[in-house]
Design a protein around this ligand. Structure first.
Ligand code: DQA
Length: 147
């Protein structure tokens, strides 16, 4: 059966390419979506990619993922990684495995980025590889999912 994988992106990620290109690169959010779709196709996954700047929407999507029986998730909660107990609690309630991803390496940046509320609930973290962080996360999840 084809695994259903949701990729949920948090605030400011819709502005990729325009936003701090020295940190996040010049690839756009559309490029991020295209990378995920193509990786998912190669891995035989059904992929849904979303982005929101609204924390309540992000929490609701996590609830929806749980209720709809999604098989796995890739989460880039962006700034909420470092601030949001609400996102952490919704992620902790997922039965499906998730990988936390970051385009940059938060541990190589400001100290406030060194804390992740969500990472402790993840099966793993991929950070610092730009769009490849997403590709690598999908590969790691594919290896864990039943075929
Ligand atoms: C980010 C890293 C976060 O610290 C930051 O707030 C982001 C993007 C990343 O993908 O590198 O918005 O999650």
């Amino acid at each position: 059966m084809t695994a259903v994988v949701w990729i949920l992106n948090g605030p400011n990620l819709g502005r990729l390419g325009k936003r701090e290109p020295d940190v996040y690169g010049t690839a756009s959010y559309d490029d991020l979506v295209a990378t995920c779709m193509s990786a998912g196709e190669q891995l035989g996954m059904s992929i849904e990619v979303r982005q929101t700047d609204d924390e309540a929407t992000y929490v609701r999507w996590l609830h929806d993922a749980e209720d709809s029986g999604v098989d796995a998730l890739v989460l880039n909660p962006a700034a909420w990684t470092h601030t949001s107990v609400a996102v952490r609690d919704a992620a902790a309630a997922l039965r499906a495995p998730f990988v936390e991803v970051h385009l940059s390496n938060p541990l190589a940046r400001e100290e406030f980025r060194h804390v992740s509320y969500t990472a402790g609930e993840a099966v793993g973290i991929v950070a610092g590889f730009g769009l490849d962080s997403y590709r690598l996360a999908l590969q790691a999840l594919a290896a864990r999912l039943p075929t």
